[in-house]
Design a protein around this ligand. Sequence first.
Ligand SMILES: NC(=O)c1ccc[n+]([C@@H]2O[C@H](COP(=O)([O-])OP(=O)(O)OC[C@H]3O[C@@H](n4cnc5c(N)ncnc54)[C@H](OP(=O)(O)O)[C@@H]3O)[C@@H](O)[C@H]2O)c1
Length: 250
Amino acid sequence: MNHLRDTSVAIFGATSRLSHALALEYGRLGYAIFLAARDIDEGERIAKDVEIRTGTKTCARKFDALDYPSHSVLVDTIGQMVGPPSVAIVAFGDMGDHSVSKTNFEAARKVLEINYTGAVSICEAMASVFESRGSGSVVGLSSVAGERGRQSNYFYGSAKGAFTLYLQGLAHRLAKSGAHAMTVKLGFVDTRMTYGLESAIPVASPERAARAIVKAQQKKCTSMYYPTFWKPVMSLIRMLPSRVVHRTEL
Ligand SMILES: NC(=O)c1ccc[n+]([C@@H]2O[C@H](COP(=O)([O-])OP(=O)(O)OC[C@H]3O[C@@H](n4cnc5c(N)ncnc54)[C@H](OP(=O)(O)O)[C@@H]3O)[C@@H](O)[C@H]2O)c1
């Protein structure tokens, strides 16, 4: 589908397995791919891989979620490098180490900033491009961890919960212009983030997650859970009384 190569997909936080799988999915659909990565060497390796495996045009650029002034500058380069963006995926995230964050506010602040302020900053830069053009999708990877505060991860969880609310508001704002925003509420996916985590709950493959995300984005859904069983699970968890939750180690 070469005709799509004058439009591109920008992925922020491009070095995760999920981002790589998303780049391959969109590359196969004919979109050019712009990869924004903190680790630029790894970003360039992924760009090469996507280019070889899909035949699409790719470009990797350095990106740090906490370097706010650089965000709009970076967004302005996408069009020249790979063609005007039609989808922006905000895929980066950092769970941090909750046991450290509890006693060291600098560590907690980093988790809050990467997952919320950094994510909002890049979403805003992309949203203004899409809003003024009247088309384009902002896709934010959020988490089921943002649906109920729990003692084991409430810094990461609260940042993701705030990001979910932000995306909901952004979707409302953009709807008036013809542009679109979607919240992806992810459960466990097999990536570096979940490596070594013990879980009785099945861990989803990044490739399957990527296919589901692309499908929902193309249908212009505003919100999705992946895996889908997390939707009923989280509605149950949200309803649990505090006196029950407080007896658990959740
Ligand atoms: N895996 C899951 O089960 C799960 C569940 C719920 C939500 N999520 C969300 O899904 C998204 C992808 O996560 P993942 O599981 O693929 O995690 P991952 O493998 O740990 O990847 C995280 C990505 O974020 C990037 N990143 C972290 N801090 C950054 C910063 N300051 N600036 C730029 N990039 C930064 C990392 O870059 P480096 O390579 O430089 O570290 C990496 O590319 C995240 O938003 C995560 O919160 C994942």
